[in-house]
Ligand binder design. Structure first.
Ligand code: SF4
Length: 339
């Protein structure tokens, strides 16, 4: 269900824009309609009030928790069932963040990603994206939403932008704490700059060598790393937030001195931060995680050369850490049980 469809349904019941906003605000903030002395009878027309219980049930059905897998770092991986029995993953992050999925599967086919293996199965609707945040908020406070779960947000742009707008306007989430993460897409760069809510931007770089990047991300748009950074820089200046360049560090693949020179060449002087994330080994995929000390030395070397570099571990390392693994293990079971 689209967020816009919820608005239209409320409008058909006689809800004015302010009434629609209130109902949507309660939902996205995971707040009860009745708070203290504030009761729906005081602020909603009767047909809307009468329709609320059924609507709430429907919204609850957009994303249901199947299982939660807490990790030692304070994060928790959630396996989430959508209304039709498909499953996606969301991750509760330390420090009040949640990572949401924007597609079931993904068409980009990154060689090191489990989600990319099954291709794109379907889009996640804007309502289902927001519902993942609501699900998270029922467990913990959420002040940050990153679109780094399953899927490529630029391939589901209308729904992702609709969700971002609702989260940024009614969801009480600072715009810089909404993070649109993409492999790069010219149309997405254009649209992000036009929105009322301008999210922060994360760009999956992974290599400065165009041929290697094309091999690692086989169906990403054919933008060269330099073109990608030019787009990113323009958006960073427009939005006022630095671009977060993502670099999954793969042992023996993109950790060479030549790559580090390439990073310095591309990113020095840019309004940017480089997030270096040592690969999380996935059974069945032919990539290795570099040692932590080596990763630390690489990050320190870049920092010394003027690149603001943060070495990060992917959340939930100890519980099926790679995105797509929970679904790969359990998702088909959900679909079968529901069929
Ligand atoms: S890393 Fe992201 S863009 Fe690449 S295949 Fe996986 S989900 Fe898709």
């Amino acid at each position: 269900m689209r967020v816009q469809a919820i608005r239209e349904r409320l409008e058909a019941l006689g809800a004015l824009p302010e009434h629609q906003r209130r109902v949507l605000r309660d939902w996205v903030q995971a707040a009860p309609h009745e708070r203290g002395r504030r009761r729906p009878a005081d602020y909603l027309p009767r047909p809307v009030r009468e329709a609320l219980p059924a609507l709430d049930r429907e919204l609850d059905g957009l994303a249901r928790l199947v299982s939660s897998h807490p990790a030692e770092d304070g994060s928790a991986r959630l396996l989430v069932a959508l209304g039709d029995g498909q499953a996606v993953e969301a991750v509760l992050l330390p420090r009040d963040g949640v990572c949401v999925s924007s597609q079931v599967g993904c068409a980009v086919g990154c060689q090191f990603c489990m989600t990319g293996r099954e291709g794109l199965l379907r889009q996640v609707t804007s309502g289902e994206i927001v519902a993942q945040v609501v699900l998270a908020r029922r467990q913990r406070p959420v002040k940050k939403v990153v679109f780094m779960g399953m899927g490529e947000p630029a391939h589901n742009l209308e729904h992702v932008l609709e969700a971002i707008e609702l989260l940024g306007v009614e969801g009480n989430i600072a715009h810089k704490n909404l993070v649109f993460s993409t492999v790069g897409d010219a149309r997405a760069f254009e649209r992000l700059g036009q929105g009322a809510v301008k999210p922060a931007l994360a760009l999956s770089l992974h290599s400065t060598d165009p041929a290697l990047r094309a091999r690692l991300l086989p169906r990403a748009p054919r933008l060269s790393p330099r073109e990608l950074v030019e787009h990113g820089e323009r958006y960073a200046r427009l939005s006022g937030y630095p671009v977060q360049y993502q670099w999954t560090l793969l042992d023996g693949v993109n950790d060479s001195p030549a790559e580090m020179d390439g990073i310095v060449d591309l990113l020095r002087g840019r309004y940017a931060v480089l997030n270096m994330i040592p690969y999380n080994t996935v059974p069945g995929l032919d990539f290795r995680r570099p040692g932590w000390e080596r990763a630390r030395a690489i990050a320190a070397g870049l920092h010394a050369r003027g690149i603001l570099t943060k070495l990060r571990d992917s959340a939930g390392q100890d519980v099926d850490g790679g995105c797509g693994q929970l679904r790969a293990r359990a998702g088909r079971g959900i679909a079968l049980r529901r069929a």
